[in-house]
Ligand binder design. Structure first.
Ligand code: PLP
Length: 361
């Protein structure tokens, strides 16, 4: 049994993907070929935003947001401590300060109540300028955007949605990638919508952000090919990856149904044994991971291993416990919910082709 079975998915889509890749090999426009623009238009349509701008990976997508929003030294950006490293990394890479926030115990996402406390503490201290909130759609579940947007408005902060894991999620029919001022996703192979290498995208309804992003991802290019008008990056999505993604996006809605069926099967089988992930009323998860809790997770994981079922830990170390962030001076106990999550979570296999494997769980 595979944790994420990319081979099963490829077998399912082989002819379509092979043909799409062959088309690129035939036209030879490997960088910014026609598939890139086609994918961007399909992504924008799916997510329900004006602009989708693809780039080299999900971390670059976040970094491009930092650049577009001019986030810099002296700025505070609020982000969950229980997340993947990249969310916090890009804030520090922009020379701004990540201010960590505790999690909600039932959704595992950033806790709006703790968020407001952390914003007020930064304001009281008066050293940093609160600039933005980076919420993360952890394990596929959108963060609590109705509450987070209220806080962003109240304190005049920009809101960034890190939907690297959230692509396909929804709140009351509104899709992940469309919340806040700007949103990002990743097409890393293991994400809900993955390509066959690295890839990412930024989503926004803001025309100014969109044109800036298109310049920033190609060395800060201007309208004249030989005049660069700002400092940018080289962060484009390869045409071959766009070709793969076009075929995967076409079947993504069906795959999302299968992922949710797998989650329901887990819920039915495991509710009596473990603390299971909660999906609030009106929310849809894309189940980037099926993550559950147990006080004796090591023993539980060993049992699964003996049965041939792989498990993983996402995430065993919070951001405030990472060596790279030691200098921020956080203490053990500063984020009780997130610390408990990191000590108890483990994830079971999750992908759209689990069907028969589910009997063994
Ligand atoms: C995977 C991930 C990223 C980074 O995406 P890459 O494409 O691997 O650079 C950022 N944030 C979160 C929450 C992620 O899970």
């Amino acid at each position: 049994m595979q944790f994420i079975d990319l081979a099963a998915q490829y077998q399912h889509l082989k002819t379509r993907i092979d043909n799409r890749i062959q088309t690129v090999l035939d036209h030879g426009k490997y960088i910014m070929g026609p598939e890139v623009a086609e994918l961007e238009s399909e992504l924008a349509k799916y997510v329900g935003v004006k602009h989708a701008i693809t780039c080299a990976n999900g971390t670059d997508a976040l970094q491009l947001c930092m650049m577009v929003m001019d986030i810099k030294e002296g700025d505070a950006v609020f982000c969950p401590t229980f997340t993947f490293f990249a969310s916090a990394e890009v804030i520090a890479f922009a020379n701004a300060t990540p201010v960590f926030v505790d999690s909600d115990a039932s959704t595992f996402n950033i806790c709006p109540v703790d968020l407001e406390k952390r914003i007020q503490a930064v304001l009281e201290e008066g050293k940093l300028t609160p600039k933005a909130i980076m919420a993360v759609d952890l394990f596929g579940l959108p963060a609590n955007y109705p509450e987070i947007q209220k806080l962003a408005d109240k304190y005049g902060l920009k809101l960034i949605e890190d939907a690297a894991q959230g692509f396909g999620g929804e709140i009351n029919g509104q899709r992940a990638g469309s919340f806040g001022d700007i949103a990002t996703t990743s097409f890393f192979p293991a994400k809900p919508l993955g390509c066959y290498g690295d890839g990412g995208a930024v989503f926004t309804n803001n025309d100014e952000y969109a044109s800036l992003l298109k310049s920033l991802r190609v060395h800060g290019k201007g309208s004249d090919k030989y005049d660069n008008v700002r400092i940018g990056m080289n962060s484009r999505l390869d045409t071959i990856q766009a070709a793969v993604l076009l075929e995967k996006l076409a079947v993504f809605p069906e795959e999302l149904v299968s992922r949710n069926q797998a989650a329901e099967a887990y819920q039915a089988k495991l509710a009596s044994k473990f603390n299971l992930p909660q999906v609030p009323e009106g929310y849809v998860s894309s189940w980037a991971q099926y993550t559950l809790l147990d006080e004796n997770r090591d023993a539980v994981m060993a049992d699964y291993k003996a049965k041939g079922i792989p498990t993983m830990i996402y995430y065993g170390t919070c951001m405030h416990q990472q060596t790279a962030f030691n200098h921020l001076g956080y203490q053990e106990g500063d984020f009780p919910v997130a610390e408990q999550l990191s000590a108890q979570v483990f994830s079971l296999p999750m992908h759209p082709y689990l069907d028969s494997d589910l009997h063994n769980i």
